[in-house]
Design a protein around this ligand. Structure first.
Ligand code: PAF
Length: 273
């Protein structure tokens, strides 16, 4: 990779980068297509990053299908698939990046997955150093991750353009995710309630208080015995701080995590006031 990237840089090529953990779906493909339209060369990494999993069972079960992934990448015009091993990314053991994001990493995902964002920031920084992209593309489905990666990029002085891309959804509204592959038929049938609940809330904002809207979304999702809301928070899209009133707000992000007996699902929508 060092050799390939040096050659590309010497030729002044714009490098678009799509970091992934594999088990690629149309959402990832849309990132590659966007990267392709804005750069000369597209690199996609596939690396199931052990340091961002706080639950070893989740790491073990994470779907892996590199051959299928590479085929998909070829079909959408990705130029380079970078599939490093753990010792390539962590040659000195799991040495983590020594930066902190304060409240941004303590809320929502950070509250329920301790250490998760330290792992994400560390691996993305490592990958940025290796791939040296002009622009890097991330899905908005992982809204908090995107905000933290933007902050990490600034803090580490990377001169990389971070591009957030809209969430792709199945026909029934379920946000595309590699983890959807782990849902049972019953869980899969119930899962579209999550996005329906998020959309339902639109009609209640700003006529009801944020607390009432939170309650409404929770109840709506939990109509299904297969879904339990771990959190639903209404936050400022930049600082990720909880909002307690609609006053002075232009956009509020509603972020949700839902437990099934199988995978944990996350989603979010922007509410315009
Ligand atoms: O969103 C993901 O797939 C991962 O968190 C990322 C950004 C590739 C880092 O491992």
């Amino acid at each position: 990779m060092h050799q390939v990237i040096s050659n590309l840089k010497a030729q002044g090529k714009r490098i678009g980068f799509v970091p992934t953990m594999g088990a690629l779906h149309e959402g990832h493909e849309s990132l590659v297509i966007k990267a392709k339209s804005e750069n000369d060369v597209v690199v996609c990494s596939i690396f199931v990053n052990p340091t961002q999993f706080n639950d070893p069972k989740d790491l073990e079960k994470y779907p892996r299908m590199p051959e299928k992934d590479v085929k998909r990448l070829e079909e959408v015009g990705c130029d380079i698939a970078f599939i490093p091993g753990v010792s390539d990314i962590y040659p000195h053991g799991n040495k983590m990046l020594d930066i902190h994001f304060g409240k941004m990493e303590e809320t929502m995902e950070g509250a329920f997955r301790p250490g998760h964002f330290a792992g994400v920031a560390t691996v993305v920084d490592r990958l940025f150093n290796i791939v040296q992209p002009t622009s890097a593309y991330f899905g908005e489905k992982d809204f908090q991750q995107l905000a933290i990666i933007r902050r990490m990029t600034q803090m580490m002085g990377h001169t990389i353009n971070i591009v957030g891309c809209p969430t792709l959804r199945e026909d029934d509204g379920l946000a595309m995710s590699s983890r959807n592959l782990l849902l049972t038929d019953e869980q899969r049938k119930a899962a579209p309630l999550i996005y329906k609940a998020l959309k339902q809330a639109e009609a209640f904002i700003p006529h009801h208080t944020p607390e009432a809207v939170i309650e409404l979304v929770k109840r709506y999702v939990e109509q299904s015995m297969f879904l339990r809301v771990q959190y639903f928070q209404l936050v400022d899209p930049e600082t990720l701080e909880d909002i307690t009133s609609w006053e002075g707000k232009k956009t509020v992000q509603g972020c949700i995590a839902v437990l099934t007996e199988g995978p944990r699902l996350i989603d979010n929508v922007a509410y315009t006031l």
